[in-house]
Design a protein around this ligand. Sequence first.
Ligand SMILES: Cc1cc2nc3c(=O)[nH]c(=O)nc-3n(C[C@H](O)[C@H](O)[C@H](O)COP(=O)(O)OP(=O)(O)OC[C@H]3O[C@@H](n4cnc5c(N)ncnc54)[C@H](O)[C@@H]3O)c2cc1C
Length: 408
Amino acid sequence: MEDAVKVSTAGSSQLVVAGAGYAGLHVVLRLTARLRSHPEMMLTLIDRHDYHQALTELPRVAGGTRAADAVRLPLQDMLAERVRFVQTEINGFDLAGRRLLTGAGPISWTRLVLALGSRPNDFAIPGLAERALSLYSADDAEQVWAAVNQALTAAAAASDPEQQRRLATVVVGGGGATGVELAGELAAILPELASRHGLAADRPAVALVEAGPTILAGSSPQLIDKAARILSDLGVQVAVNATIAAATAGGFRLTGGQLVEGGVFVWAGGVKAPGLVADSELPTGHNGRVKVDRYLRVLDHPDIYVAGDLASVTDPRTGHVLPPLAQVALEEGETVARNLDAELSGRPLEEFTFHDKGFVVSVGTRRGVADIAGITTGGRLAHLLKDAIEWEYRQSVRHLRGWDPVAR
Ligand SMILES: Cc1cc2nc3c(=O)[nH]c(=O)nc-3n(C[C@H](O)[C@H](O)[C@H](O)COP(=O)(O)OP(=O)(O)OC[C@H]3O[C@@H](n4cnc5c(N)ncnc54)[C@H](O)[C@@H]3O)c2cc1C
């Protein structure tokens, strides 16, 4: 533990949280109750949107089983009056002057929490950014759903069965959790959707293209096997060891020269830090994530904490950097909130330790796979578990307003 320097001994302290995603919103909700005991503290939250996005639910929006507005949770329903919310774009940093450069002008901090999440990483694959859709916001998910419907409409208008089949094929690049969830969701709904467009139910198809030797890399072999079986049941064509060399007008061109054709292309193959972080002088590691110390403060910048996808945190037990997951973002947000409270109160800082609660992936609209406490399940139960986790998350963000962890 490290003794904290008190954030402010004179005047007000400006705690600024950049990003109202899983990590940033959690920091704010956890700190809100502490405002009562620290009248000198000004808590500001900044985001380009006036809503929080439940990103883990995007595959359902992309598959038309959930409305986009249902995953945009208005911040005004969650934030207490004493939290200042600024809706604006953050464009850069003045690290020496301790200011964020935003569309609403410079915003000064005494302590800053950077929780700006991540962006899709196209790994500089030619044509990918222009030709493939991504799935990283409610807007993106709506676009995928619209593109699928457009492709089915075009397929229904085509007379050649081969052309129909090509237009009605959705190709998903990247076999991680997002790619698997999206492919499963689409494969489950496409037969019925095709019928609604006047197409034969077996005309559409979903292809999942993964560069590595397996889908859901890093998961247990049992979980991977169960997920692969469900995908196969749903008719998803899974190609592993299939590296996309380029996205062309005709489809995804693999390194071996093979062309994967389709009517809709979605890229879910990885994430990287937002560009404005890469352009800053913050110390960054793999995929541009910001390097932090054990307390989640930027190396050599103890006035800046980082949480969520943007933070590069190595798990000492595995030696690997923690993955970009909501579960990790929430736990990091919890530690950052505690450490800011500790600084305000002059208590020692807490080291971050990740407590893995398990891994759950929905595959299709009814089934899923889960690895929890060393037990792997696949089927209806895992899907219900994913539903329950998402429901519980929504309840928690709505009810955390003013919740005081210290007073309890
Ligand atoms: C489709 C999909 C499915 C997923 N499913 C799961 C899952 O099932 N389980 C799981 O654990 N994880 C899942 N994840 C990963 C999880 O969503 C992320 O790890 C999590 O959102 C990270 O939280 P964060 O707070 O770091 O970033 P985010 O939640 O992305 O929040 C970042 C915030 O910063 C704001 N912002 C960014 N840049 C700027 C700027 N320049 N100016 C102003 N505001 C800005 C954004 O608007 C956003 O509100 C999924 C991700 C995706 C995309």
